[in-house]
Design a protein around this ligand. Structure first.
Ligand SMILES: C[S@@+](CC[C@H](N)C(=O)[O-])C[C@H]1O[C@@H](n2cnc3c(N)ncnc32)[C@H](O)[C@@H]1O
Length: 684
């Protein structure tokens, strides 16, 4: 989630560093709270007088700036759409009309209505019937010209027929006939023919004859996997988690999740929406700004051409909160090259108004102990930030970023509670000084942004989708090529309480912006339920894992694979089977048995009791067949079926053998892939 060095922020950061003398540096280092750090740095002339306009102008990355609605460009794009229609290329027509919508100024309602009408025609040809109806509704609500309405009513009627919604089709045909009265530019003969056709359809429909609908929809363009519900009871204090999870805490590890009962592999343990999440700039024109789902049929923001939305619902939520403020500063953020964590730190502010933070500020130092709600910033504020372990350079760097984000907040209109309506001008970027009247806001919101930046370093997650090759025509099976693509960054407050293990017990994937966490192994009551922060023992050797975790998350990993120095997958030997000690009193030992062992009772080196390996081998007999069935289902894209088989295999393994061994991780890896395939994906 790192910063992009080609953006202009890097130069800002370097220049400030070069121009701060030792006295100032020392003064800064002696400050002991975030609000003082921010107020002090923002008061320095080197910050106040900094002019970023030249750098913004020169900066090649992150697209154009400023970007605004542009009638001329919208017309050009619409012309491309019309050309595509003439060629019968409805896919391209859909694309160009959508692009034109993004640039069309909102006040041009007639033009927008025509674009929606044109797009509905393209969607109809592409057999996207529900979407056709949605665009017709939009075009009518925008006041589509009365003399043309007969066209969209007729399209609506025929679309409804395909969907076998005959009652509604009757109304739409009646509307067509009425609208034909106003079709004063339509050739008389054509008008007559359309009226006759519509009447004929009405006659047929009124007789109750059901016409053969044929909704083929071979490949819906919009793919939104349904959000799975957390089955069973929820944890009462942490409602995003299942009752199978509790949050414990100790000196060394802080908070972490443990199992309140035996958990079976495959169980869904947590479903959580993000407290804040930000889509990467490079996906702003292909994925919904709010829910991160790929949207080939986008809705435009009324004020900027920078982002798209998948639905009125997402557009409305974004407009009523963060996007109203971010609309015109987003291109600046992208050009700055600041990391996605900086963008989330800002979003954590813009999604609520200033009054919200002013109200809760005095309560922030007290750890909340009520229900742990995802929306509540007070919970976020107490996520791990390792403030005491930070050095002055770290603070200085993050405070510089905060100063930049505060300037953006000022420009966005956030301090005054009035989202700006016009694009940002270069003149506004000639100084980084924030108006004196906002000094209190700078101290308060600056302190929160600086805190957010520290928290996000350890608690943000990457949101990804699977990119799948297009299925062959006539096949509805989506087979993913296993390519996960990093789309967005987000903070999930409950998930952020899970600690890491190099042999994690869960897998996470996304449905829209929601994270789903499922067990990938059987977990015993009282055992830790651990997450995967990146390096896992099967692929990364111990030293490298430990160094990475220390560097990124500031802890020494003491998980079992680290303590016992487990081999990586490549290093695992297949010469031995690792039987669990089967003694009648619980013994944690592993009885390593060579594959060519002739004995069937093998003595445990720890408890000295005998383990009957024949019994174990018998229970393992079924695993090979089940695993093959799982693989076959997976190959056919039948992920639900494959998941069931893999779960059975892992359960059987767990009764007899003790990891690490290859066949266990082969199966666990396939299970993980199948689970991921049930989340967000887009067709290439
Ligand atoms: C996302 S937070 C996890 C929740 C955190 N323990 C808490 O109390 O809120 C990440 C931080 O947890 C701690 N942590 C995570 N995994 C750990 C582990 N296996 N052992 C010790 N500390 C760990 C580290 O301090 C790390 O920076």
């Amino acid at each position: 989630m790192s910063q992009n060095d080609s953006g202009f922020f890097r130069k800002f950061h370097e220049t400030i560093n070069e121009n701060i003398d030792d006295v100032t540096r020392n003064n800064f280092a002696n400050l002991e709270c975030n609000s003082k750090r921010v107020s002090y740095l923002c008061s320095l002339p080197v910050i106040k007088n900094y002019d970023i306009s030249g750098d913004v102008e020169k900066c090649q990355t992150g697209g154009n700036f400023p970007v605004k609605k542009d009638l001329e460009k919208a017309h050009q794009l619409k012309d491309e759409g019309n050309k595509a229609v003439q060629k019968g290329d409805w896919g391209k027509a859909l694309y160009w009309y959508s692009q034109s919508m993004l640039y069309m100024p909102t006040k041009e309602t007639d033009e927008l209505a025509i674009l929606f009408a044109n797009r509905s025609a393209a969607l109809n040809h592409l057999e996207q019937y529900e979407e056709t109806l949605a665009d017709i509704k939009r075009c009518l609500s925008l006041g589509y010209p009365r003399h043309l309405r007969y066209k969209v009513f007729e399209r609506k009627a025929r679309t409804l027929l395909v969907l076998k919604r005959n009652k509604e089709a009757i109304t739409a045909f009646q509307d067509t006939i009425t609208a034909l009265d106003e079709a004063n530019k339509l050739d008389k003969e054509k008008r007559h023919k359309m009226r006759t056709d519509a009447k004929l359809m009405l006659e047929i429909l009124n007789k109750g004859l059901v016409l053969a609908g044929n909704p083929k929809d071979p490949e819906p363009l919009r793919k939104v996997p349904p959000k799975p519900k957390l089955p069973g009871k929820h944890n009462t204090q942490y409602p995003a988690a299942s009752e199978a999870i509790q949050i414990d805490c100790d000196e060394e590890r802080g908070r972490f999740a443990t199992a309140t009962r035996d958990i079976e592999v495959g169980e869904i343990l947590l479903v959580e929406k993000p407290h804040s999440g930000v889509l990467l700039g490079e996906y702003a024109s292909t994925h919904c700004q709010h829910c991160f789902v790929k949207c080939p049929i986008p809705l435009p923001c009324p004020n900027c051409p920078n982002v798209i939305f998948c639905s009125e619902k997402c557009l409305d939520i974004a407009q009523k909160s963060y996007h109203a403020y971010e609309c015109h500063i987003l291109p600046l953020i992208w050009k700055s090259g600041c990391s996605i964590t900086c963008q989330i730190a800002l979003r954590m502010i813009t999604q609520n108004n200033k009054e919200y933070f002013t109200k809760i500020y005095s309560e922030l130092d007290t750890k909340p102990n009520g229900t742990y709600k995802t929306d509540d910033y007070k919970n976020i504020f107490h996520l791990v930030a390792h403030e005491n372990k930070r050095n002055k350079l770290d603070f200085l760097h993050r405070t510089q970023m905060t100063a930049f984000l505060l300037k953006l907040l000022e420009i966005s209109g956030y301090f005054d509670g009035k989202p700006r309506e016009k694009p940002v001008t270069m003149d506004e970027l000639k100084s980084m000084a924030v108006d004196e009247k906002d000094a209190e806001d700078v101290a308060l919101l600056g302190a929160l942004i600086l805190k957010n930046l520290q928290i996000l370093q350890f608690n943000a997650h990457e949101v990804f989708e699977l990119q799948c090759p297009r299925p062959k025509v006539g096949h509805n099976v989506i087979k993913h090529g296993g390519k996960s693509v990093f789309l967005a960054g987000a903070v999930f407050p409950t998930l952020a309480l899970f600690n890491h293990s190099c042999d994690p017990s869960v897998v996470r994937y996304f449905c829209g912006p929601n994270v789903i966490v499922r067990a990938v192994k059987n977990i015993k009551k009282g055992e830790e339920v651990s997450e995967n922060y990146g390096p896992i023992f099967t692929t990364v050797p111990k030293q490298k894992r430990q160094a990475q975790l220390k560097d990124q998350y500031w802890f020494d990993c003491n998980c079992i694979p680290c303590k016992e120095n487990w081999p990586t997958y490549e290093e695992m030997t297949e010469n031995y089977m690792r039987f669990k000690c089967d003694s009648d009193r619980p013994c944690p030992n592993v009885v390593a048995v060579p594959h060519d062992c002739k004995e069937f009772m093998v003595q445990c080196g720890l408890c000295q009791q005998y383990t009957n390996i024949l019994k174990g081998l018998k229970s393992l007999q079924d695993t090979e067949m089940l695993y093959r069935l799982g693989r076959a289902a997976m190959e056919e894209g039948k992920y639900g079926e494959a998941i069931k088989k893999f779960i059975e295999v892992l359960k059987l393994y767990d009764t007899t053998l003790s990891p690490p061994y290859r066949s266990y991780y082969d199966c666990a890896q396939d299970l993980r892939s199948c689970m991921l395939a049930t989340g967000n994906y887009s067709i290439l």
